[in-house]
Design a protein around this ligand. Structure first.
Ligand code: FAD
Length: 143
């Protein structure tokens, strides 16, 4: 059964571009092997990630990610069964906030900062759909 799990977490320390590259590299390698797809957003020191794939596998990957000391305060924000993947071309796409996509991050926030912890499942779903509609902002090309 295909599911999507969306969670947020906070960086536990200042993360440089090497840290982010490391996270992305292991995510893409592992997710390809696991058949997991999705996207990882980083803005204002907050990660927002959507993982999609087989229910058992997504649960296992999520619990592995929870053990990672590079982030803290994890919270599952949305969990749903789906009939099809949204990010089928992405073993893990990275979206970091930039001047160009600032509006996209703030469009769905009720506050001046990007705060996925306060967003509803429907709002998060609309945010990710908007990302898919604007893939030119993604830093890595699909694989
Ligand atoms: P290694 O990369 O060798 O890691 C072994 C252990 O060391 C793991 O417990 C890892 O958490 C820890 N570790 C590695 N580097 C550091 C470091 N610099 N600082 C502190 N601890 C470290 N993995 C996925 O497979 N799929 C994902 O979608 C995914 N998304 C992630 C999203 C976020 C926000 C973060 C922070 C991590 C994510 N990861 C993801 C990475 C995941 O947490 C594990 O690090 C990774 O799955 C383990 O890869 P590995 O088996 O190659 O082991």
């Amino acid at each position: 059964m295909l599911v999507q799990l969306t969670y947020a977490s906070r960086v536990s320390r200042t993360l440089g571009s090497t840290d982010i590259k490391d996270i992305l590299r292991s995510s893409q390698e592992n997710n390809k092997a696991d058949g997991v797809t999705g996207a990882l957003c980083l803005s204002d020191g907050i990660f927002l990630q959507i993982l999609e794939g087989d229910r058992t596998v997504v649960n296992r990957v999520y619990h592995r990610i929870l053990n990672d000391a590079r982030h803290k305060d994890p919270a599952i924000l949305d969990y749903r069964e789906v009939t099809a993947r949204s990010f089928s071309e992405w073993s893990m796409g990275l979206i970091t906030r930039s001047d160009e996509n600032r509006q996209l991050f703030l469009k769905y926030s009720s506050t001046a900062n990007f705060d996925p912890y306060s967003m509803s499942g429907e709002t998060l779903s609309a945010f990710f759909q908007d990302i898919l509609n604007n893939v030119r902002w993604l830093r890595k090309t699909p694989d």
